[in-house]
Design a protein around this ligand. Structure first.
Ligand code: 26W
Length: 847
């Protein structure tokens, strides 16, 4: 019996999982939902119809899940994140439902190609990079582990911009991901809430003689929830991702309208709705924009009201909020939730401050995702007070009480007080959101061992002195469903044939592949699967860029946001070094390589944009040189996103993880590459350290300064010129750039990239260059022994089990959230049948 036919009995027949039922349901949706006879259906019609077919099969599980949660009230994770980089839903749902092959067969029977239909989905790009993608992997693992959880965020109308490359430079285009409609969301207007902004506060004594504060807002907006189902792998749990959209309280401002100013009346509506228009495209630089603070407060205020509604539905008083919810702050973006919960408890529900503070601290936990000082959020006090006058008072009250406690603990240590204060007093006064998050949470975690250590010893050191017991480290992970089962079916099949399918939910089982690394027959199949993936990627590259690449060359890949600390330019310096070597010694025996880059630069980050231009300019020179044909190719793949990633990770031979040690909090691409059998070349930074440890130093190309060595070098006085003078190859490489060799003879183009910067070299490019090039030489030699390379590739995958997000989520559950699984049983009833025969249809509670 197949998985699908087994569950057939358990299912309402309308939503059965057999190929024949799916085919019928699909045709029904083409006709009734899309309103087209099949012969006139567009590709989009086919996609929408299939999405609805699959959605119907999720809804039954979704309803069963919310009823299970109502029947067995239990502690629930509320994952607050300004970003969820979900990626396309359809393929993932097919995998998790276990009906990929049934649907493939159903489509085939109709003469349709499933892959082509899947490619129609416009992915929800509601995140910038690692942090948003981590939130999405965590949602998948929470559902798979049957943990009651809600993801709360913002339904941006425009997600991360679409990147085009024109004349070698990044051009941004808006991402109107909703233009064809979104079959994966259900608008829940009945749970809309109001959110206040601006205005002032009034302090008064109420009729019972109590001191009270009233917030008189300048404006009110409405938050409307849009729910998307998040299905676990082969379980009935479907959790909810609840994203909020801002709407105007009244479609028209009638007083203005009645004065005859029609456009003025509409413009107020437009202003409210601007709140959730667009995702801020900055990754790791804080800009302090008012609208961004409004976005953060908006989604947090909506989410907390929603949680209070659910708490009431369980019949629990607000004083037990923390028993019902474990609220995780994904970085400081939602940290204002701490002040908002205090406001709700104290101002609106009359709890005494101390009790409210206990509830708050037991509910919240905070994950830090970055050590870069420019990424630590701080809001100028006047701005904060203008947008959130009551919250500023609350933050100041929290601070007064907190500093009181510090004074008692560290008597006379005034500089410590200044360092710990929620308000920074350097120049203009600012609210430090990381400090608010630390004080208001019972747990604080970093995302890899090194990152957590640096967090304790450096950025949050004073908080660690204060409360060492709050600190913990949970290394990131990625979901093997999307990043292996879905994206790499060829390798997955091979793995399952060898060791069974248990690895999908218990990734440590990949270790059973280890003996196969020495099996020549298996290695051959491994290589063949990976080669097919490379051929497929080569087609994509040709379609997107027009460049033909050779699948037998080494695919050397660097895909991630463009940032100085990630050092894409270091990778380019190496390419130029190879170019220079081949030009000087044309018979040099080197493994042919294709360098693939991808990633977006923040639109206002000029240096990062110049790095893209640098990559494409070097690509132009290298790819045009007949002497280098079949030896080196350089490609910049535009618009790197989740869908692209799904095609790139499975086809990479080598992955570049070359950030300056101490800068990359974790990295998660490194894990996706390793799982798919690529080898990593990397510095001892972030999770690279643990990954290198897990796969074994023989299967990881480690190089460069370690974090302590960086620290020591800086302390001793770093002199980039010394490295320059010592290394003739480095001089040759920089010389070519300075002469304008990659900029049509114009030396000015890349001056901004190197001249001034290399005098200071803040990311220690020159210090790591020699070690990097030398390590790349070892990579080259290893690649030239295919048996050896394939063996390493198998081992890299076999030993990557620790980096599953299931493991990470288990650690959060045990160490921070104290939540337990709630298994969900499918309700055996046809759609539309009320729960109790005598109850009829009535407006009910809900999750
Ligand atoms: C306020 C501007 C801003 C925007 C985004 C500041 C900081 C961010 C994020 C914290 C940046 C981010 O995505 N950090 C990444 O988080 C990943 C998941 O933990 C880590 O793997 C990456 O190393 C880290 O850079």
């Amino acid at each position: 019996m197949t998985e699908a036919s087994r569950s057939e009995h358990a299912d309402d027949t309308r939503t059965a999982l057999s190929s024949a039922t799916i085919r019928r349901a699909f045709l029904d949706h083409v006709f009734h939902t899309q309103g087209k006879p099949p012969e006139h259906a567009s590709q989009n019609d086919l996609y929408q119809a299939l999405a609805h077919t699959v959605r119907d099969r999720l809804v039954q599980r979704w309803i069963s899940t919310s009823e299970a949660y109502l029947d067995q009230p239990s502690r629930t994770v509320a994952y607050l994140s300004a970003e969820f980089l979900i990626g396309p839903h359809l393929g993932n749902n097919l995998i998790n439902l276990g009906i990929y092959s049934e649907v493939e067969a159903a489509m085939q029977a109709l003469g349709l190609d499933l892959e082509q239909i899947l490619a129609q989905e416009i992915e929800p790009g509601l995140g910038n990079g690692g942090l948003g993608r981590l939130a999405a992997c965590f949602m998948d693992s929470l559902a798979t582990l049957e943990i009651p959880a809600l993801g709360y965020g913002i339904r941006y109308e425009y997600g991360i911009f679409q990147q085009a490359i024109i004349d070698g430079m990044q051009v941004e285009k808006t991402d109107s991901w909703l233009r064809n409609g979104n079959p994966w969301e259900i608008q829940r207007s009945e749970w809309a809430v109001q959110v206040r902004l601006g205005g002032h506060t009034e302090h008064y004594t109420d009729d019972r003689g109590r001191y009270r504060v009233r917030w008189v807002p300048a404006k009110t907006v409405v938050g409307v929830p849009f729910d998307s189902p998040i299905l676990g792998y082969r379980v009935n749990t479907v959790n909810t991702l609840r994203l909020w959209r801002a709407e105007a309280t009244e479609a028209f401002d009638f007083p203005t309208f009645n004065r005859g100013d029609y456009l003025g009346a509409v413009s107020k509506k437009v202003t409210s709705e601007n709140l959730t228009k667009v995702l801020y495209p900055n990754d790791e630089t804080e800009q302090g924009k008012e609208l961004r603070l409004e976005q953060q407060y908006f989604f947090v205020a909506c989410s907390l009201q929603d949680m209070l509604r659910l708490l009431a539905a369980d019949g629990m008083p607000v004083s037990r909020f923390h028993e019902k919810f474990a609220v995780q702050l994904n970085d400081t973006h939602p940290a204002v939730a701490i002040a908002e919960l205090m406001r709700l408890l104290v101002d609106e529900h009359d709890l005494p401050w101390d009790e409210a503070w206990d509830v708050t601290r037991q509910a919240f936990a905070y994950t830090n995702h970055t050590l870069l000082p420019e990424a630590l959020e701080q809001w100028p006090l006047p701005l904060f007070g203008r947008v959130l006058p009551r919250h500023l008072e609350i933050v100041l009250e929290i601070n007064t009480r907190f500093l009181e406690a510090v004074r008692i603990r560290f008597y006379g240590d005034d500089s410590r007080l200044a360092r710990l204060s929620l308000i920074s007093e350097h120049g203009e006064r600012h609210v430090r959101m990381a400090h608010l998050a630390c004080v208001g949470s019972h747990a604080i975690n970093g995302v890899a061992a090194l990152h957590s250590r640096l967090m304790r010893e450096d950025v949050l050191r004073d908080f660690h002195d204060m409360w060492p017991e709050k600190f913990t480290s949970i290394t990131n992970g990625v979901t093997p469903r999307r990043w292996l089962a879905l994206s790499n079916p060829r390798l997955s099949r091979l793995v399952t044939d060898a060791i069974g399918e248990g690895w999908v939910t218990d990734l440590e089982r990949l270790r059973a592949l280890e003996p196969f690394a020495d099996d020549a027959g298996f290695r051959e199949q491994w290589q063949a699967a990976r080669r097919d993936n490379k051929v497929a990627l080569a087609e994509l590259v040709r379609d997107c860029t027009g460049v033909a690449i050779d699948p037998s060359s080494m695919f050397d890949v660097m895909v991630k946001r463009i940032h100085e600390y990630k050092r894409q330019h270091l990778a380019v310096l190496h390419i130029i070094a190879l170019y220079h070597r081949i030009k000087s010694a044309p018979n040099l025996d080197l493994a042919p390589r294709t360098f693939l880059f991808g990633g977006k630069a923040a639109p206002g980050y000029e240096y990062a944009k110049l790095m893209i231009r640098f990559i494409t300019s070097v690509a132009d020179v290298v790819n045009r040189d007949p002497q280098l044909r079949d030896r080196l190719k350089v490609v910049f793949l535009p618009n790197f996103n989740v869908s692209c990633g799904q095609r790139i990770y499975p086809a990479a031979d080598l992955s570049e993880q070359i950030s300056l040690a101490g800068k990359e909090a974790s990295g998660t691409g490194n894990m996706k590459f390793a799982m798919n059998g690529a080898l990593n070349i990397g510095t001892m930074d972030g999770a690279n350290i643990e990954l290198c440890d897990a796969v074994g130093a023989d299967n990881f190309f480690a190089f460069g300064l370690t974090a302590p060595a960086v620290y020591a070098l800086r302390a001793a006085g770093y002199d980039p010129a010394a490295y320059y003078h010592r290394n003739p190859e480095l001089r040759a490489v920089l010389g070519l750039i300075q002469q304008g060799f990659f900029s049509h003879g114009d030396p000015a183009v890349f001056r901004g990239l190197f001249d001034e910067h290399l005098r200071h070299d803040p990311y220690l490019l020159l210090a790591d260059f020699g070690a990097y090039v030398e390590c790349q030489q070892r990579v080259c030699e290893a690649y030239m022994q295919p048996q050896h390379w394939q063996r390493m590739s198998v081992l890299s995958c076999a030993r990557s089990g620790h980096f599953s997000s299931d493991r990470a989520i288990r650690e959060y559950c045990e160490r921070i959230w104290r939540v337990k699984p709630v298994p969900v049983h499918l309700l055996h009833r046809a759609s539309g049948t009320p729960r109790h025969a005598d109850s009829g249809i009535r407006a009910g509670k809900g999750h």
